[in-house]
Design a protein around this ligand. Structure first.
Ligand code: PGA
Length: 241
């Protein structure tokens, strides 16, 4: 694990975005997954602006990290709508390069298999960018998920449901999510984890310095060979010097 601490959220996002672009420019047709949420907003803005200002279209393939079950792809709050707004539409990413979950699908197991097949047919995920929940989840792999899990449907914890309220414009009853599994994510060639703000300080300490345990899924990153943790000073404040 390599820890990179920026003085503030802006600097954390800039360093992570520069490293991400640099890493991907060395890979032909990389497969990536990206997190939705508040943490990646500035990171995505920097990436978007970089390619728009250069009038370049990155040749990347996108696999969805997760999705809320029962939420349609066009609804604000869905992972797919988030990326349509923040990346896919601005960069005019063609649909054939995107494999996201349909949270409204009747056969959710088939959605899980489709994601695994997409990843396998592209020879694995090159770079997985992740956020971290205050309960330590990666994607929607909630505490208790084993590190071997493949893409799965999972019951959401109360803290995830509470945090999700901010993503939706109106109240939403959420119970399940669909997510790339921990085994799937940990097989990625590189992992970038972004954690910003005071509210993430305790979980960041547990992820980085605590025991490796399924009760903190993020702690499994300690064993990954190529994992970079981007923090601001607020999120890093409880780490040992
Ligand atoms: P956030 O979500 O970026 O909105 O804090 C992170 C997560 O739950 O993974």
């Amino acid at each position: 694990m390599q820890i990179i601490v920026g003085t503030d959220f802006e600097e954390m996002s800039l360093t992570a975005a520069e490293d991400f672009i640099y890493t991907l420019e060395k890979i032909s047709k990389p497969v990536i997954c990206l997190p939705s949420g508040k943490t990646p907003l500035t990171f995505l803005k920097i990436i978007r602006n970089h390619y728009i200002s250069q009038k370049k279209q990155p040749d990347w393939f996108f696999v969805g990290l997760d999705e809320w079950v029962g939420v349609s792809s066009s609804e604000k709050g869905s992972c797919r709508q988030f990326f349509d707004e923040h990346l896919f539409r601005p960069l005019r990413v063609p649909e054939e390069k995107i494999s996201f979950f349909n949270g409204m699908a009747e056969d959710l197991d088939a959605e899980c298999r489709r994601a695994e097949q997409f990843i396998a047919s592209h020879k694995g995920i090159d770079v997985a960018v992740l956020g971290i929940g205050t309960n330590g989840h990666l994607g929607l792999n909630e505490p208790g998920s084993s590190k071997e899990t493949l893409t799965q449907v999972i019951e959401l914890t109360d803290s995830t449901i509470a945090a999700a309220k901010d993503y939706f414009s109106e109240p939403k009853a959420l119970t399940y999510g669909i997510t790339l599994g921990l085994g799937t994510l940990l097989s990625s060639r590189s992992i970038f984890l972004l954690g910003g703000g005071d509210a993430k300080a305790e979980i960041i300490r547990d992820v980085v310095e605590g025991p490796v345990t399924s009760s903190i899924p993020g702690s499994f990153l300690q064993a990954h060979q190529n994992c970079f943790i981007y923090l601001d000073e607020a999120a890093a404040r409880l780490l040992a010097p």
